[in-house]
Design a protein around this ligand. Structure first.
Ligand code: NAP
Ligand code: GCO
Length: 267
């Protein structure tokens, strides 16, 4: 077996949703470096402009789409356009996501629904749009970006935990339903990663000290640091490549050890 070749994505077409910045951007960059042609989307025009510039700066010729992944017609148009310009999609990463940190009894129904729509319903919609061509091609890789909250709960994140827990089961179900067509659907469960989404949890306090949540996460993480988007590059390439062809329905937690650890004893 040619080991270097089985991790290569040479000639593959990859769609990474919500890859204007943050984790999605790093995954798209890794795929480009492994040889894939990149398509990505985001919702906001200002993010599109800066993202295209950032891809260009890294020498990546990415194709960007303004597309809200909760809108089925927009998703269908984007997938059709990628097919005609780059070819049928070989690799889909359902990365676009949001969080709302609101105590459950104060959360409005529309807020709960918006989180579930983007974090769970959209991966269903985009996967549904790409699976028929994957079946036609005889192969496909779908990678769902899950969370610590696919396993754990905490205050204020009921909608997010419900959606990411659901995404873990959608992952297993896609693997179960389409595994016979040589489609692998796996998840990545990032730990606490320093991006815009978690910036409020790392804000320096008025007295110059670290945010209490920041200190809490450092104490909960055996690696004793926040993750970076780059920490997800290798795992994402593995799950998109031939190297993982017999891995299906799994969630690969990339969390510096959080889920393995009981936590520090209070001093
Ligand atoms: P981020 O920095 O907030 O980036 C989110 C991306 O999603 C942006 O590109 C955003 O672009 C896009 N997006 C949001 N809603 C969208 C929609 N309806 N349609 C299309 N694009 C949309 O988040 P991140 O921290 O990189 O997180 C990426 C994924 O990893 C999310 O699913 C998140 O839940 C998950 N995750 C994050 C962490 C962490 O610690 N950061 C840990 C575990 C899991 P626009 O704003 O332009 O739409
Ligand atoms: C939070 C965080 C998390 C992370 C991540 C953990 O408020 O607890 O935002 O949910 O973003 O998903 O894996």
């Amino acid at each position: 077996m040619d080991i270097a070749k089985c991790f290569s994505l040479e000639g593959k077409v990859a769609l990474v949703t919500g890859a204007a910045y943050g984790i999605g951007f790093a995954i798209a960059e890794a795929y480009a470096k492994a040889g894939a042609k990149i398509a990505f989307n985001c919702r906001k025009p200002e993010h599109m402009e800066s993202a295209l510039a950032a891809y260009r700066e890294r020498g990546i010729d990415a194709k960007g789409y303004l597309c809200d992944v909760t809108e089925e017609d927009q998703v269908a148009r984007m997938v059709a356009d990628i097919k005609s310009s780059l070819g049928p999609i070989d690799i889909l990463v359902n990365n676009a996501g949001i969080i709302k940190r609101i105590p459950m009894t104060e959360m409005k129904l529309e807020e709960f629904r918006q989180v579930v729509d983007i974090d769970l319903t959209a991966p269903f919609l985009v996967s549904k749009a790409v699976i028929p061509d994957m079946i036609g091609q005889g192969h496909g890789k779908i990678i769902n970006i899950c969370s610590m909250m696919s396993e754990l709960g905490r205050e204020t994140v009921s909608a997010y935990a419900a959606a990411k827990g659901g995404l873990k089961m959608l992952t297993r179900n896609i693997a179960s339903e389409y595994g016979e067509y040589n489609i692998q659907c796996n998840g990545i469960g990032p730990g606490y990663i320093a991006t815009d989404q978690t910036a409020p949890l790392r804000e320096i306090q008025p007295d110059g000290s670290k945010h209490p949540f920041d200190r809490f996460i450092l104490s909960k993480t055996p690696a004793a640091r926040w993750g970076t988007p780059e920490d997800l590059m290798g795992p994402a390439v593995f799950l998109a490549s031939e190297a993982s062809d017999f891995v299906n329905g799994q969630i690969l937690y990339v969390d510096g050890g959080i889920l393995a650890y009981l936590g520090k004893m209070p001093q």
